[in-house]
Design a protein around this ligand. Sequence first.
Ligand code: URA
Length: 317
Amino acid sequence: MKDVLLDANFPRDAQGRTYHVGTKAGQVANRIITVGDHVRARRVVESSFDGGQALFEFESQRNFLTLTGTVRGVPITVVAIGMGFSLVDFFVRECAAVVSGDLVIVRLGSCGSLSSDAPIGSVVVPRASVGVTRNYDYFHPSTTAEERASGSIEPYTITKPLDCDGEVHDALVRSLQATLPPADPALFGGAPPRALGNITNASADSFYSSQGRQTSLFVDANANLAAVLQERVPQLQTFEMETFLLNHLAAAVDEGAKGGRIRTGAAQMVFANRTTQQFITPHEVDVLERWAGRAVCEALVAIDIAPERLQKEGVWN
Ligand code: URA
């Protein structure tokens, strides 16, 4: 039988487990990697955690998978959340509620590249991210053709760029560059894997419309969206669906109430190249996830968290 949930404002059970992610204090580390799917989460644990194993594992009814263990003795948690802003929101708010002190959160995710500098097989570390959301009112039946034509209402909203944490960015780039796999003629068209930093990312609220993908089934008004974004956002190189919201919640946290900071960053594996229409193979995904997963773990280990801002007790003791 399921535990009774207390408090309709921020529901938790009597042990303090949150409603969607389903974890409580001591089960989630201060250093977190969030990924999109369970296979990637388990691959990171198997290839990078001490002993290739998690010390704690929980799969919630809502499909969040939390795996906590250590990397060279340092506690790290991997949480598989799926994709998109709303799942980032559940994950960050619920983990922030059960982890005391600071949080360092890295998204290890896939992305689409808008640039020949970042072909499939590259891993890109954004310095900053903009949010791109569908403007629902543009598509509302009461909006007139004149309003649409005059540009007084635009089909997509583009936010100001929000920075990732500088130390997290630099640690990720260093760690990825230090562990670059050798070129393999059977992978990525024989091109050597690349790690690139200092770019800007766009996090969209759809894999399709707000990333400028074309379909005849829906009216999306996005034929020139990629071009508009590239004109308005300097250094824009990748599309994915999470980093902007991570940065937004890190900037929005009340540090006094939380008792610590949230620092965020991302390592984005290029699965799709929108300029060449190439898409990665499942075997290439495996190779890329193992390299990037190890590099992200090492970057997190290298990031300093003051002892008074670290949890003392957890499944790792
Ligand atoms: N993830 C995205 O959001 N877009 C892509 O093109 C690839 C991965």
